[in-house]
Design a protein around this ligand. Structure first.
Ligand code: GLN
Length: 248
């Protein structure tokens, strides 16, 4: 069983160990006999045919500006993939560039891929700290997701857009709305770094299962793994968010 995985701009967008998300996906897939066929996609590189999973990490304004025009040109291809049920995980700077645009701290408007119904404008201060959100990956299945945020961007979701979750502790999209992230089909954008997936194994498995569904047409039952350490990491981050997180 193979998942075609496109890692967008690994040389530019990879802060806060975002590459660690790939290691988690690889390890959890392998332990279920699933191969992650990873294609690193740099500037002007072709996207792999039939990709089931697209991943893009975070970065400083400067690195974002270097990849934004190239990513914007892929907007239609990525939107078509999302419409076909492909999985996307976009973190922070990558999340911002999947919207319509990111107006950065210099006032420069970086073009976005227009995949997610949102836009982002940098503020004067950075929104930094541990974050805890409440979300429903599947209807009726409430989960907490934890991570760390550090962004100047304030992301404004369109009125009919679906956030990833409700902020319990932290700033989230803009420090005001009380929402964090955005989701569209199996595409998820989030400000949560850390990296995100080591301490959120349920989110990692949800993404993997949806990618297998895209690749095979059937939703797999992924054998449960021993996630004792992951659960401890989640609990520690959750407690730290409550103790230290930014805005409640
Ligand atoms: N440069 C963007 C901002 O400051 C994204 C930062 C990031 O990816 N951590 O908002």
């Amino acid at each position: 069983m193979k998942i075609v995985f496109a890692h967008l701009y690994p040389d530019y967008l990879n802060i806060y160990a975002d590459r660690g998300n790939l290691a988690v996906l690889n390890g959890r897939a392998r332990r279920r006999g699933i191969e992650l066929d990873v294609h690193e996609v740099g500037l002007r590189d072709p996207l792999p045919d039939g990709a089931d999973f697209f991943y893009i990490g975070g970065g400083q304004d400067r690195e974002q500006a270097l990849v934004a025009p190239d990513l914007a040109e892929r907007g239609q291809a990525l939107s078509d993939a999302v419409a076909s049920g492909a999985v996307v995980l976009a973190v922070c700077g990558g999340y911002q560039l999947l919207g319509r645009f990111y107006r950065d701290r210099s006032g420069h408007e970086q073009p976005g891929a227009g995949v997610l119904p949102l836009h982002t404008v940098a503020g004067d201060t950075r929104l930094i700290g541990d974050v805890l959100i409440d979300c429903e990956l599947e209807p009726g299945e409430r989960r907490t997701v934890v991570g760390f945020e550090n962004h100047a961007g304030r992301t404004i979701l369109d009125a009919d857009a679906e956030p990833l979750g409700r902020v319990v502790v932290g700033f989230g999209n803009d420090g005001q709305s009380g929402f964090e992230g955005c989701r569209l089909g199996n595409a998820i954008g989030t400000y949560l770094h850390g990296p995100l997936l080591p301490r959120n194994p349920q989110l990692a498995d949800w993404l993997l299962a949806k990618a297998v569904l895209h690749a095979t047409g059937s939703l797999p039952h992924l054998e449960p793994l021993d996630d004792d350490i992951e659960r401890q990491a989640h609990a520690v981050s959750s407690a730290r968010a409550h103790a230290r997180g930014g805005r409640r």
